[in-house]
Every structure is written in C-alpha cells, then in structure tokens.
Design a binder for this molecule. Structure first.
Ligand SMILES: NC(=O)c1ccc[n+]([C@@H]2O[C@H](COP(=O)([O-])OP(=O)(O)OC[C@H]3O[C@@H](n4cnc5c(N)ncnc54)[C@H](O)[C@@H]3O)[C@@H](O)[C@H]2O)c1
Length: 264
C-alpha cells in the first residue's frame, strides 16, 4: 500500500491507460479524482475504485478549458482534503496516418489543445497547492511517438515531445519545493486510441488490409517491439504508481519508456 492517505487526480481516467492508472493507484491505497470529458466513463471507473474500498469522485471536465480545470482542482481539494498526485493522461491523436504535407491546421490545434496546453493548465493550477505543502507528484503521459518522431503522426509526435520538455521545465521549477515531475512514454497498447490507429493503418497499408484490428495490432507488435510483446494499461499503472511513490523521491525530470525496448 504505497499510496495510503494520498489523493490522485487522473485526467482522462474514464478508459484505457487512465482507467488502469486510477485502479493501480487505488489498489495502493489512494483516493481518486477522475476528470474526463465523458462523465459516464468516469462514473464507471469511480464505481470500480469504490469497490476497492477507496473514495472516488467523477468530474466532467474538458481539459482544454482552463476554467474547468481550475474548478475541478478546487472542488477535488474540497472533497478529499488535498491532492497529492496529478496524472496528466488525457490525450488525442487527430490527423494520424497523414504525413505533415497532408495534415491541416485543425489537426495541430486540436492535438496541442488536448495534449499540451491542458498540461500547462493543470500544472499551473496545482502548483500553488504543491508549493504550499512542499510536496506533490506529477506524472505526465507522453508517448514513444515523441522520441521516435513518427512521420505518420507529425502533430502528435511534436505534442508528446513537447510534454517531455514541459515535464523538465516544471520539474526544475518545482524541485526546490520537493515536488517530483516525470513523464511516462507508453509503447503499443491495444486501447480505443490504438484501435483508431489500426483503422488508418488498414486503409493506408495493403499488407494489413485483410487483418482484424487485433491481428493488425499483433503484427505491429511483432514488427516493432524488441521484446515481442505488447504493453498493457496495467504496465503503465505500475510505472505511474512507482513514480508517484516515495520510492521515486529522487527521480525527477525524467521520461520513462515503458515500451518493450522500442526507443532504445
Ligand atoms: N494506446 C497507446 O498505444 C498509447 C501509446 C502511447 C501513449 N498513449 C497516450 O496515453 C494516454 C491515454 O491513451 P489511451 O490509449 O488510454 O487513449 P483512449 O482514447 O482510450 O483514452 C483517452 C481518454 O482521454 C479522455 N479525453 C480525451 N479528450 C479529453 C478532453 N478534452 N478532456 C478530458 N478528457 C479527455 C477520453 O475521454 C478518454 O477517457 C494519451 O495521452 C495517449 O496519447 C497511448
């Protein structure tokens, strides 16, 4: 029970990786706030967290709206007494499959609003609380697409590299206040996001045309991952728990690859 007495806010925690992080942290004793644009999904995860004996609150939040983030953090602190851990997980991947010459401005605006600007908003909103308490953990979910500079996900790759850079900036700024700020770069995970990626791969790559989404995913894992196995949301949950725990108290400003060896 490495997070007993802690309160964690997990953005986009209603499904996929965010849900797994919320449950992993709850299993370690944390109470959980789940801000997500889809309230019904957040409420379902809150039900799962409560079944583990923890307190949980679902919040309908669009992370691109600074005022909604400020309200969610204020109300989260009021409901749970404090926030100890902020996980910036909400993310999107619009315009995927297209080289930069075919992407449009909206692809860049959307991806920067959801993946990058939101992290600026949440970090800015939580910083005074963490500085006052001289404690806090921030875990930002980036992606291997950042360091890999994917030509089929240009705006997404740049957004995720931006998260890694911003992680270091916030880590430097908050280090004197004993706040740890790190990023995780997940590899290939069969979530709703990857299923959408799979649809695009099928349309654009004849070698994948006759495969089911799951078969496509397994082929991609076989081709890309040195360890020849997929990553799971639970893998990311374990890494996030570690980075949010006191075991990682001297780790800050890092981007941890959880990718079966892709980026190396
Ligand atoms: N699936 C992968 O292979 C993979 C790999 C690397 C990184 N990632 C990253 O992991 C994170 C989670 O991805 P996932 O695979 O679970 O995706 P997902 O699409 O299954 O889940 C994303 C979650 O974010 C929420 N969300 C989206 N826009 C939002 C907004 N404006 N405000 C609030 N919530 C919003 C969604 O409702 C959803 O709950 C993302 O940041 C993604 O970029 C995923």
């Amino acid at each position: 029970m490495r997070l007993t007495g802690k309160v964690a806010m997990v953005s986009g925690g209603g499904t996929g990786i965010g849900r797994a992080i919320a449950l992993a942290m709850a299993r370690e004793g944390a109470d959980i706030l789940v801000p997500d644009i889809h309230l019904a999904n957040a409420e379902a995860v809150v039900g799962e967290v409560r079944a583990l004996g923890r307190t949980a609150v679902a919040q309908q939040v669009d992370v691109t709206k600074e005022s909604q983030i400020q309200t969610a953090i204020r109300e989260g602190i009021r409901a749970c007494g404090q926030i100890d851990i902020l996980v910036n997980n909400a993310g999107v991947n619009p315009g995927l499959g297209l080289p930069f010459t075919r992407q449009v401005e909206a692809d860049w605006d959307k991806v920067f609003d959801v993946n990058v600007k939101s992290v600026f908003f949440t970090c800015k909103a939580i910083a005074p609380h963490f500085m006052e308490r001289r404690a806090g953990k921030i875990v930002n979910i980036a992606s291997i697409a950042g360091p890999l500079s994917s030509t089929t996900m240009p705006s997404y790759s740049v957004s995720k590299m931006g998260i890694i850079t911003f992680t270091k900036i916030v880590a430097k700024e908050l280090a004197p206040y004993s706040v740890n700020v790190n990023a995780i770069c997940p590899g290939l995970l069969y979530t709703d996001m990857w299923k959408k990626i799979g649809e695009v791969i099928r349309e654009t790559n004849p070698a994948y045309a006759d495969l089911t989404p799951r078969q496509m995913f397994e082929k991609r894992v076989e081709e890309w991952i040195p360890m020849k196995r997929e990553q799971t949301p639970e893998d990311i949950g374990h890494a996030a728990v570690f980075l949010a725990s006191e075991e990682a108290r001297n780790i800050t400003g890092q981007a941890l690859m959880v990718d079966g060896g892709v980026v190396m």
